[in-house]
Design a binder for this molecule. Structure first.
Ligand SMILES: Nc1ccn([C@@H]2O[C@H](COP(=O)(O)O)[C@@H](O)[C@H]2O)c(=O)n1
Ligand SMILES: C[C@@]1(CO)OP(=O)(O)OP(=O)(O)OC[C@H]1O
Length: 157
């Protein structure tokens, strides 16, 4: 059986926060704001996994009103989500992601991000694709007010 899921997330860019995307600390003058570490890409991929499983979204599993998830490491949240897939007998087919950011430049960090995703999803790096795009200075991403990410995932049982 094949199940497909998609994810989308946005976090605001602010001063005084670390910029963590795909589990990688990216040197940048601003960082992402959230209840957790605000890792926009890991939230997106986690939501895609939950979508494929028909299990809602990360806000349902990890409420942002719960102090347990304050400054949470999104790699740990994603490990929990991946366990839900494994318990149901699924393995990764492939995942394809896009980070939508005017800055920082993502390309140098993509190999490390792909390694992180492949490790949590217990897959080969060839099953994981991560892309980045600007929005040509248009909209909230283009003005550098936030970063968005989207993903499509295929799970196989
Ligand atoms: N934050 C970003 C955005 C883009 N890239 C890379 O630059 C290429 C060109 O971007 P366009 O928005 O002009 O299409 C894109 O294909 C990415 O390789 C990046 O590294 N970081
Ligand atoms: C991850 C959680 C939980 O800490 O909080 P945030 O970091 O604010 O992220 P978001 O994508 O807004 O929603 C999911 C949340 O419940």
């Amino acid at each position: 059986m094949i199940r497909v899921g998609q994810g989308f997330d946005v976090h605001q860019l602010v001063e005084g926060r670390p910029c963590i995307i795909g589990g990688v600390h990216i040197p940048y003058e601003k960082g992402l704001l959230g209840h957790s570490d605000a890792d926009v890409l890991l939230h997106t991929v986690s939501d895609a996994v939950l979508g494929a499983l028909g299990l809602g979204d990360i806000g349902k599993h990890f409420p942002d009103t719960d102090p347990a998830f304050k400054d949470a490491d999104s790699m740990k949240l994603m490990e929990h989500v991946w366990n839900l897939a494994k318990e149901r007998g699924y393995r990764l087919g492939n995942v394809d992601c896009t980070i939508i950011a005017q800055a920082p430049k993502m390309l140098p960090h993509i190999p490390a991000i792909v390694e992180n995703l492949a490790r949590v999803l217990e897959a080969e790096t060839s099953q994981v694709n991560v892309k980045a795009t600007t929005t040509e200075k248009l909209g909230f991403t283009g003005r550098g007010e936030g970063i968005a990410a989207q993903a499509v995932i295929c799970l196989v049982r």
